[in-house]
Ligand binder design. Structure first.
Ligand SMILES: [Zn+2]
Length: 430
């Protein structure tokens, strides 16, 4: 037990070293006032694992192929989920590498995950032909759990075995990451759960609908770039250009301080041109946890006002808390101000310097197959999104996946928004 504790602490420490390196990059690239000096996000003791999509032996070039690959990912994840329910409450600290574990929150999340994967499997299995791979053995609706428990390398066709081993490694680690978020919730809260109906994560989008989101910008802009200057300065511009070239849009959650700096360096008209056709909401004035910052309301109000007053056509009344952290009782504040709190359910991890763009792409692909809908978290601050997103779009260009038009999302905060928050139509038709 003691060894495991020491090992857990060592892993957390190693992860913190990576985080601190990341912070150095952040601080070097953007005004030091825009980012918190203490990184309060969740650490990943085992690093972030990515899958190898090339081990999947079939092309994913039709709705039926998408569904088959989706069923396969769902079964692997659900098998890991079933396994996780056999652990006693005492094993979580070691398994998750953290000192304080909210076991009730883990159980709640496990229950929630079962509901989502059961529903997704039923949707993905609707078109199952006789004897098709990864389809239900029996028509009974309640057999999914047994299917998942029995799912193993022994019962799948040999051609899928290499994929299976890799997918099992990925989905087990990904499940641990989700349960780690749950174990910390609500005391150190994050995106794993919502506090009220005015918060959204992306689950209410329709099947195969995905909304792109980009955080932490804007970067200073290409004019700031030079031989000896920061090469990340143009990342926001490159991300926006990429979206326009691919005829999609997305929602940007920008930092007030960075937005103000770029505005001072350019003009209102330049900012309007920069974000034309996009949606832009607030990520706070600076990148601090809004659950630990006494002035968090000022941060939300001042950044939202600046963005609204500068870009009234692109502004959406939406706030994304840095690290997903907001106070559990902050709901009435956001409802009074008509702001929706927007989280995410597909985390690309594109900020992680340990991952290549290809790692990020494969991770997002597997999570899109697993969850089949949602808000994908990218960062225009970092360079990976503008390499990854075009490949995702071309991967699914032949399919009936929809990249949601950010202007069709109901961003309005307050009580009336909850019922319509999943309503959205296609991005590609505009
Ligand atoms: Zn952020």
């Amino acid at each position: 037990m003691q060894d495991a504790d020491v090992r857990g602490r060592f892993h957390v420490t190693a992860a913190w070293v990576r985080r601190i390196s990341l912070l150095a990059v952040l601080l070097g690239a953007v005004s030091a006032t825009a980012f918190d000096e203490e990184q309060p996000g969740v650490v990943y003791p085992n690093g972030v694992v990515t899958p190898r999509r090339d081990l999947w032996p079939d092309p994913i070039d039709s709705a039926a192929e998408f569904d088959r690959a989706s069923r396969a990912e769902i079964l692997v994840f659900a098998h890991a989920l079933a396994d996780s329910e056999t652990f006693g409450d005492d094993v979580w600290k070691d398994r998750l590498g953290i000192d304080t574990v909210d076991v009730d929150s883990i159980h709640h999340t496990q229950h929630d995950l079962w509901q989502r994967v059961s529903q997704n499997y039923a949707i993905a299995a609707r078109g199952c032909a006789a004897d098709e791979a990864f389809c239900p053995a029996t028509p009974e609706a309640n057999s999914f759990r047994q299917e998942a428990e029995a799912f193993s390398s022994d019962i799948i066709q040999p051609r899928y075995k290499a994929w299976f081993d890799d997918a099992t490694r990925f989905q087990e680690t990904y499940l641990n990451d989700l349960l780690r978020l749950a174990a910390l919730f609500p005391s150190s809260n994050n995106e794993i759960e919502i506090f009220n109906g005015n918060e959204m994560r992306g689950w209410k989008l329709q099947d195969r609908h995905f909304l792109l989101s980009f955080d932490d910008g804007p970067t200073p802009g290409p004019k700031r770039e030079g031989p000896s200057e920061d090469s990340k300065a143009a990342n926001t511009d490159l991300t926006l250009d990429m979206l326009r070239r691919n005829h999609v849009n997305g929602v940007f959650f920008s930092l007030g301080a960075s937005f103000q700096a770029r505005l001072r360096d350019s003009s209102v008209d330049a900012m309007k041109t920069l974000y034309s056709g996009m949606c832009i909401g607030s990520h706070g004035w600076t990148h601090k946890s809004h659950a630990r910052w006494p002035q968090w309301q000022d941060s939300v109000a001042s950044s939202s006002k600046l963005i609204h007053d500068t870009l009234p056509d692109s502004y959406v009344p939406a706030f994304r808390p840095p690290y997903g952290q907001r106070l559990p009782d902050s709901g009435p504040y956001f409802q009074r101000r008509g702001l929706k709190v927007v989280l995410w359910n597909i985390d690309s991890h594109d900020w992680d310097d340990a991952l290549t763009p290809d790692d990020v792409r494969q991770r997002v692909m597997s999570l899109m197959l697993l969850w089949r809908r949602g808000i994908v978290l990218f960062h225009d601050f970092f360079p990976r999104a503008h390499a990854v997103v075009p490949r995702l779009i071309s991967w699914l260009g032949h399919d009936d996946v929809t990249w949601v038009n950010c202007h069709d999302v109901d961003w309005s905060g307050g009580n009336r928004s909850a019922a319509r928050s999943g309503d959205a139509t296609s991005n590609q038709n505009r």
